[in-house]
Write a protein that binds this ligand. Structure first.
Ligand SMILES: [Zn+2]
Length: 351
């Protein structure tokens, strides 16, 4: 793209603007279409809804317990969730989940016990005759053959069974209120599901997921931009780059796809840079291929493809490609940890 060739040579300050708007896709898990009180089934207001972790299948100190803490924390960062839901400690019932016992339980179970699914959330609710239908219990179950460690955010050597954390995040979305979507969302059906950048846990509500929660449970003004190394392409989620290495001379160009999102409900204009670095997963330092600002409206994302000139000052070497938002922390966000990400691709500068 001409714009970026000019930019790289003159170091002017350019703006990357939102290019792909979000098709809103969130749905409710259950709706009363008939009865005297049709409408979305939600948890009743006024009650704090607690959910318990099964310490038989997710013991303290285990990776599965860490996945539980990360998954729940990422939902609870949303004010609409935090005001109505909480962690309610633990239980242990010999690795079983009991539906319809009045307790909201979350555990890891055999895949065969949940009909071969990666996860299953069973919701129990009232009818729609005497008043609006509300949930009275929800039980979250995740298949035990999944890997619950931190998945690489660029889908490097991605496989379905590595998605244990984001599947947990997805099932919790069902527990809270959401149904399936076909958008760029963690509530989409099937895998892979999209990930955010950052250092640890990469399963998080995407813009449309967060928007759905705010619309069902209402809604503070809140900001969160994030960097992502995945994109929606041809109806599926794929990596922005494969695990190949671009061999390039100084002054040559590298073509990249990169994704930026805004899961808050307010617009944000923040610094944005794309850079080469030898320190994988470190947000600071590196050599910029591009820097300027990104403009995003609330509940949006964009994925762009552009070519960038490798500066003549880059020493020979193998570099990771990362992009970063708000490096000076000018925006107060509900998640400050998801602002940078690395591509699965690398760059070898050797001439
Ligand atoms: Zn689902």
């Amino acid at each position: 793209m001409k714009l970026f060739t000019v930019l790289a040579k003159t170091a002017l300050f350019f703006v990357i603007a939102m290019r792909a708007s979000l098709a809103l896709a969130y749905t409710a898990n259950n709706t009363c279409s008939a009865g005297l009180f049709p409408g979305t089934v939600t948890w009743a207001s006024g009650n704090n809804v607690g959910i318990k972790r099964d310490t038989c299948s997710m013991p303290d100190g285990n990776q599965r317990a860490a996945a539980w803490s990360g998954s729940t924390a990422n939902w609870l960062k949303l004010s609409a969730v935090n005001s109505r839901f909480s962690l309610a400690g633990t239980y242990n019932n010999n690795c079983t989940i009991q539906n319809n016992n009045g307790v909201n339980e979350a555990g890891i179970v055999s895949r065969s016990s949940i009909s071969g699914n990666a996860g299953l959330t069973v919701m129990i609710r009232t009818g729609c005759i005497t008043g609006p239908s509300h949930y009275t219990e929800g039980d979250v179950m995740i298949a035990d053959d999944m890997d619950f460690s931190n998945e690489d955010e660029s889908f490097w050597r991605e496989s379905d069974n590595q998605q244990g954390q984001v599947v947990m995040e997805h099932e919790l979305g069902h527990f809270i209120v959401l149904g399936h979507s076909q958008g760029f969302d963690i509530m989409r059906t099937g895998t892979p599901e999209p990930l955010v950048g950052g250092t640890d846990f990469h399963g998080a509500p995407y813009p449309d997921d967060a928007n759905g929660i705010r619309n069902y449970y209402c809604c503070s003004s809140e900001a969160n931009v994030f960097a992502s190394a995945v994109m929606l392409s041809g109806g599926t989620i794929t990596a922005t780059g494969d695990s190949s290495t671009f061999e390039v001379c100084r002054g040559g160009t590298v073509t990249l796809n990169y994704t930026v999102g805004n899961s808050g409900n307010q617009s944000a204009t923040v610094n944005f840079r794309i850079y080469l670095t030898t320190n994988l997963g470190v947000p600071t330092g590196g050599i910029n291929l591009w820097s300027g600002v990104a403009v995003t409206s609330g509940v949006s994302y964009f994925t762009e493809t552009n070519s960038f000139t490798v500066p003549t000052t880059v020493p020979n070497g193998l570099y990771f490609i990362q992009w970063q938002l708000d490096d000076v922390n000018s925006l107060s966000e509900y998640d400050e940890t998801d602002n940078f990400v690395h591509s699965a691709s690398t760059v070898l500068v050797d001439c």
